[in-house]
Ligand binder design. Sequence first.
Ligand code: HEM
Length: 402
Amino acid sequence: MSTPTIAQSGFETDVDLWSDEVLADPYPTFQRLRDIGPAAYLTKYDMWLTTRYDIVKGALNDWESFSSAHLGGIALNPGTNIAWHGSALNTDPPEHSVPRTVFDNALRPRHLRNSLPDIDARAHRLVDILLEKGEFDGVQDFARDLPLHIVMDLVGWPQEGRREMLEWAEGAFNAAGPEGNPRTVEGVNRVVAAMKFLSETVNADNIAPGSFGSIIFQAAESGALPREFVPITLAGYLNASLDTTINAVASTLWLFATHPEQWQLVHSDPTLVPSAFSEGVRMESPIQFFSRATTRAVDLGDGCVIPADSRVVHSYGAANRDERHYADPHVFDVRRNPTDHLAFDFGVHACPGRTLTTMEGHALFTALAEKVSTIELTADPTWTPNNMTRGPSSVPVRIRAA
Ligand code: HEM
């Protein structure tokens, strides 16, 4: 990694972005960091950080300068980058198109539309059950339902291992954190367990026929995907299809519970659901950070030059709250419709799962909007800090029928 140079002068900060305190409420820190300049240099970690919307978007769109493969990959420590070798996340074009095509083939909207009736039906049944209960946990009983049932079936996982998957996925995001951080250390152990499952247990015979996972084995069979990359490509589904969507749904539910006037708008006009879900994802970006590495010195303006071979963390969460781009960025406004938010990334690595997550979020909140007049907290939610993701771990709520 680069040695700090004079070019960093004026942009340094000793803030510890991965401390429990900052992760618990990152927004005041993000505000200060956006004001430092186009990028900030994190002295504690010898890494750069971008937080402004235009800078993050521009960098994500310039994979030749901000590489996903250089210096090992996009995690913040070398061990996890080695474990993720060959993944879509850790490759640049043209190699990137090999794993990426496998995801695009499975997740294209035309293909996913076949699952829409099942997703809608399950969401409606779920809301009926929750209305009977009246009080429930918005994470355990609501946000986890579709990812743990419909999505796991779409991926085609064997039954064995499904119970551990949530822990493995949460661990994978922690494992991408900075070296030495206790969450990183614990996350790495879970990645080891997950990779053992993916390489020793999952195979072409026990993955469901016609599933997303089976497309990976077919690609290996045809020679389109090197066989040794099957487990890490399967990990793309394990890591990305659970916590991300669960955080998006749980955070949006929490925002509704704490902004009853916004829920009333959606309840009286359910066509606002797509705009409101997009706003929930903007406000509480489910993945807060990932990084790139510079292949050359990059001049971001205002005298801020990031040297070549630097680790650069991009904050989707900070960019999505940038007052330079969004008016009143800390206000939850269900009519804002911020479809240009960066929570799903931008450019060659833009999330291929966006349509699936959006289908899940729209189904759940449309069912709620049609049937539920009020959502209120019955106790404070809890938030467990994660190195890369953000979302509540419990949202105790009470709902009332319309
Ligand atoms: C709210 C839900 C989700 C969010 C916020 C999200 C966010 C992201 C982000 C930020 C990236 C880019 C990482 C980078 O460029 O370094 C990404 C990539 C990816 N996501 Fe998602 N994701 C979500 C749901 C899903 C789902 C449901 C799936 C699969 C079923 C999925 C599969 C993937 C894969 C395979 C990649 C790697 C793509 C590549 O590197 O080309 N994601 N996601």
